[in-house]
Design a binder for this molecule. Structure first.
Ligand code: GTP
Ligand code: MG
Length: 398
């Protein structure tokens, strides 16, 4: 089984099926999947004016600063003066809260946590474009007292690297420079904050420096049920994140296949094909968005890396590439993939059938849904990896 929690869920579903039949078992699966989608994760972003809070909020959500309708406003003038929630565009259960800096007239340091309603947040990210200041340290101490986690992010590292490169010329050593900035920040926090750790980030280049380390630390320190929520909402900052997203999505397929076999999507028993197709459209559209392959996300990536959109699109090889997911498209791809699907090992999916207790007559529906969703997931994960490598300049030919 994929994770220990699955054993428990599957046993409960099988029992429901035995006791109350297909519709009740399908409803149980649906409730479980809805619960997963509704796990709330609230991330507070705080720091001084101009430190790069709103830019980080946007980058984390895969949105370019120039996106007038979806982006948190950014700029060289003070822009964030109030608390603003920014739900993730495709995983609205994950919200980044753009908070005003501590110590403004409206948000004085001694009342800050109360005014921003600190209980709401799972953790705080404190951003500074320089050393952390007195107010940041005090706030961290207060957050610690409230038994909440906080993480220090030192932003605009790309600027420091550029400046150091210019001033040091041939003497420049990137690793050394990063180490110095990190140690300088930690020095100011030592003795005042318990085991301080500072993550160096450039919000327009999350694949560089410490963003991946920050992501891993958050993942490790979050409670189990919140990890997946974080993972699915993360920007594609590394190949590893793409693989982890694929695994998280993959672990849900057996439940969707179970629902399909139990006729959950069919308005009339026996008429499940059309209804299953709708489930497929919704699920594959979600995959596409989670991997950042929908047109808005690709557009943002092209803008961020300064590459023509067509060049990014050209590396995708799946038949879903750059297309809106429709019933017709899915049927077309399924028809042209019959051989591939028939060759795909069924064991992986079939092993869940006895655990769910799905009746023999329904196993065909389970296996075909299981294989089809896996095939689409693999296609999109591969496209996501290629786009990521292209954006980083690792694929040079189209
Ligand atoms: N190069 C670079 N510029 C950044 C980075 N983060 C932010 N900026 C720029 O810094 C300026 C301020 O960024 P904002 O995100 O608006 O900062 P803020 O903390 O939200 O500012 P207030 O809302 O005024 O408190 C903008 O011009 C951003 O483009 C970064 O990591 N690298
Ligand atoms: Mg702001």
């Amino acid at each position: 089984m994929d994770n220990p929690h699955d054993d428990e869920q599957i046993a409960e579903i099988a029992e429901e099926l035995q006791t109350n039949g297909c519709a009740a078992a399908a409803a149980k699966i649906k409730t479980y999947l809805d619960e997963l989608d509704n796990v709330q994760l609230n991330i507070a972003i705080t720091g001084e004016s101009g430190s790069g809070k709103s830019t980080f909020v946007n980058a984390f959500r895969g949105i370019h600063n120039s996106d007038k309708t979806r982006a948190a406003p950014t700029g060289v003038k003070e822009t964030t003066t109030d608390i603003r929630p920014y739900p993730h565009p495709y995983h609205p259960n994950v919200t980044l809260w753009d908070l005003p800096g501590v110590g403004t007239t409206k948000f004085p340091a001694d009342k800050y946590l109360k005014l921003v309603e600190f209980e709401r947040y799972d953790f705080f990210i404190m951003i500074s474009a320089d050393r952390f200041r007195e107010n940041d340290v005090k706030l961290a101490q207060e957050i610690q007292k409230m038994k909440k986690k906080f993480y220090f992010v030192r932003s605009k590292i790309d600027h420091n690297i550029r400046d150091e490169k210019e001033s040091q010329g041939s003497e420049f050593n990137e690793e050394e420079t990063l180490k110095e900035i990190r140690e300088d920040c930690i020095q100011g926090l030592k003795g005042r904050v318990e085991s301080p750790q500072v993550f160096l980030v450039a919000s327009f280049k999350l694949h560089l420096y410490d963003f991946r380390l920050l992501e891993k630390t958050l993942e490790e320190e979050l409670p189990e049920h919140k990890k997946n929520a974080l993972l699915l909402a993360l920007p594609n900052a590394s190949l590893e994140i793409i693989i982890k997203k694929k695994e998280a999505l993959q672990s849900r397929i057996k439940y969707l296949a179970g629902m399909s076999a139990l006729g959950a999507f069919a308005p009339v028993p026996g008429l499940s094909f059309g209804a299953d197709m709708l489930m497929m459209v919704t699920t594959i559209t979600q995959y596409q968005a989670t991997f950042g392959l929908d047109s808005k996300s690709l557009h943002c990536l092209a803008q961020t890396v300064g590459m023509p959109l067509d060049e990014l699109r050209a590396v995708m090889t799946s038949p879903l590439a750059g297309k809106e997911i429709t019933k017709e498209l899915i049927i077309k791809v399924l028809c042209s993939s019959m051989i591939e699907l028939s060759l795909m090992a069924a064991e992986e999916g079939s092993r869940f059938i006895p655990f769910f207790g799905i009746p023999v007559a329904m196993t065909l529906s389970f296996v075909s849904t299981y294989k089809s969703l896996n095939m689409f997931l693999n296609m999109l994960a591969e496209d996501a990896q290629k786009v990521f490598e292209k954006a980083l300049g690792l694929i040079t030919t189209v």
